[in-house]
Design a protein around this ligand. Structure first.
Ligand code: BGC
Length: 557
């Protein structure tokens, strides 16, 4: 499938171009899960036009960039992470012209645009996989074991459950770390490298400012594809190096992409970036992905997985900052995305904790990613009926991790954290379409319905309902992002821990002191300054500040 632009013209320039200190180092980037953001045509599925119409909302929210999840031509076996044509827009989401329009509108508003690239696997409908000869060079086919090759080539399990191998009519097997409709590419084949570099150039020519690299830890498999000798392998992801994840060989690919991105940026006076979705067992191994000659950012899932306890938070923050500092990169904080239970629900079903966690994240040095709807305090939807479920893991009886991280299965996740509070460990509950306005579904999501049912009680959570209400979560996000822009040094600058009572974290940033009370009750402490912003009402009497339970406060010092 080839799509043409009706009015090809030079790629629009992103705001603030050229090499400089690096716009990404402290950027707040908003994840648009396209199918659930805004629907322009009434088919109940969000699309690029809908997203473009809502860009002024994101500008007003105060973010620096948007990351769009895959909108490419795809049979949608895994929400678009099964790409059949990397250069075409799926009709569900619009046309290439719509993508071009969206990028231009974003740049006109001063927002940058990051798109997903999915290099570990394609769709099984991709022309390479459809071609019997090509497929055997460009994917990972192996003979089976057993007398007549009836057993899979090794014991690897799919992240979505079941064996990671499917047998073909010809009798051999192909590897798919995710669904059978997502065959893994053979990155030993130079044609695969050439193709992905060309795909990146295609989207850079259209004006995008970077790529979120899906499964950036997965492309290279250990030589000989050795057995793991352990069941329930999804539990090991992110806990140890596996023969299919976090192999050292992936770094050569990232180094080549960094050369491409820098070379392209230099030639066009732009700063274009790569962000790794990589699950590594330690902060040190994750930092390898952001060495100066590799990608610019890597999501910090260790922070996302941390429990709501001051000691645990402090040690994950320290480990993350030390590891990224050792390679000169900023840390990239994240609390929610389309693969994990929304943090309002994950942190004990507590909106208070979610609001505090967000203020904590936004006070830390580095970049932060927000997931659509978290600014509304949306909870995970936990009562979806089976007949509406779409997550492929749900149908394979596997675990609920798309990110292939430590799973979102409450029982079996290594620390049970990312999973806590979800319906049953699958990922549809964080993907329910956004409520924009009105008292009834689809709450302004679009002129039709919504592909997943929205709860009947979301009327008070809409953008319209929260706008202008100073106590709302939306206005808290707006105020925090506004302050973050106005306080110099709050993004990429120094941070120092300050003394604090048990259960409380305190640290200074340029011009600011941040306190986080992780306890469920008030704590008093000498008021460190004047409260600037708080996730819950803070009081100061006779120079004593009272921090409400589960709250975060920014103090002017
Ligand atoms: C994406 C998931 C997806 C998986 C396979 C993950 O990184 O975030 O949504 O299911 O990769 O592509």
């Amino acid at each position: 499938m080839t799509q043409e632009l009706t009015s090809p013209s030079p790629a629009p320039q992103a705001p603030g171009t050229g090499r400089g200190p690096g716009w990404w180092r402290d950027a707040v980037i908003y994840q648009v899960y396209v199918r659930s953001f805004a629907d322009s045509d009434g088919d109940g599925i969000g699309d690029l036009r809908g997203a473009r119409e809502r860009l002024p909302y994101l500008k007003d929210l105060g973010v620096d960039a948007v990351w769009l999840t895959p909108f490419y031509a795809s049979p949608q076996a895994d929400g678009g992470y099964d790409v059949a044509d990397y250069r075409a827009v799926d009709p569900l989401f619009g046309t290439l012209q719509d993508a071009d329009d969206l990028i231009r509108t974003a740049h006109d508003l001063g927002l940058r645009v990051i798109v997903d690239i999915v290099p570990n696997h394609t769709s099984d409908r991709h022309p390479w996989f459809q071609d019997p000869e090509l497929s055997r060079q460009r994917y990972l086919f192996r003979p089976g074991k057993g007398e007549s090759g009836e057993l899979p080539p090794n014991d690897w399990e799919s992240v979505f459950g079941g064996p990671a191998w499917t047998r073909t009519d010809r009798g051999d097997w192909y590897l798919h770390l995710f669904a059978p409709e997502q065959p893994d590419l053979n990155w030993d084949n130079p044609e695969v490298h050439t193709e992905f570099e060309a795909i990146m150039r295609f989207w850079l020519d259209l004006g995008v400012d970077g790529f979120r690299v899906d499964v950036a830890h997965g492309m290279i498999k250990a030589p000989g594809l050795p057995d793991i000798g352990h069941g329930a392998q999804a539990q090991l992801i992110g806990a140890q190096v596996l023969p299919f994840f976090d192999q050292d060989g992936v770094h050569a690919i990232h180094r080549a992409w960094r050369r491409l991105l820098d070379g392209y940026g230099d030639a066009h006076g732009r700063q274009v970036i790569g962000v790794a979705e990589a699950w590594a067992p330690t902060a040190e191994r994750l930092a390898l992905y952001v060495r100066p000659d590799e990608l610019h950012q890597a999501f910090n899932f260790q922070f996302l997985n941390a429990p709501w306890q001051s000691d645990a938070l402090r040690s994950v923050i320290d480990a993350s900052l030390a590891a990224t500092a050792s390679v000169g990169a900023p840390t990239t904080w994240v609390l929610s995305n389309h693969d994990v239970v929304r943090h309002t629900t994950r942190l004990g079903g507590s909106l208070a904790r979610a609001r505090a966690a967000t203020l904590l994240m936004l006070a830390l040095p580095g970049s932060a990613y927000l997931y659509q709807g978290e600014e509304l305090g949306l909870p995970e939807v936990t009562d979806l009926p089976d007949e509406v479920r779409q997550d492929p893991a749900f149908f394979r009886g596997g675990r609920a991790t798309g990110a292939a991280g430590p799973g979102t299965d409450t029982e079996s996740a290594p620390d049970g954290v990312a999973a806590a509070g979800g319906q049953d460990g699958f990922r549809d509950g964080c993907r329910v379409p956004l409520p924009w306005s009105g008292a009834l579904p689809p709450y302004g999501f679009g002129p039709g319905g919504s592909w997943l049912p929205q709860p009947a009680d979301w009327g008070g959570l809409t953008v319209a309902a929260q706008t202008g209400d100073p106590a709302s979560t939306l206005e808290l996000y707006r105020a925090a992002l506004d302050l973050r822009r106005r306080l110099p040094g709050l993004g990429d600058g120094p941070m120092t821990w300050a003394p604090a009572p048990d259960g409380v974290l305190a640290f200074t940033r340029p011009g600011l002191l941040c306190t986080v009370n992780t306890l469920g009750h008030d704590v008093g402490l000498p008021a460190p300054g004047t409260p600037l912003l708080s996730s819950a009402p803070v009081t100061v009497d006779d120079a004593t500040g009272r921090l409400p339970g589960d709250s975060c406060t920014w103090w002017a010092i």
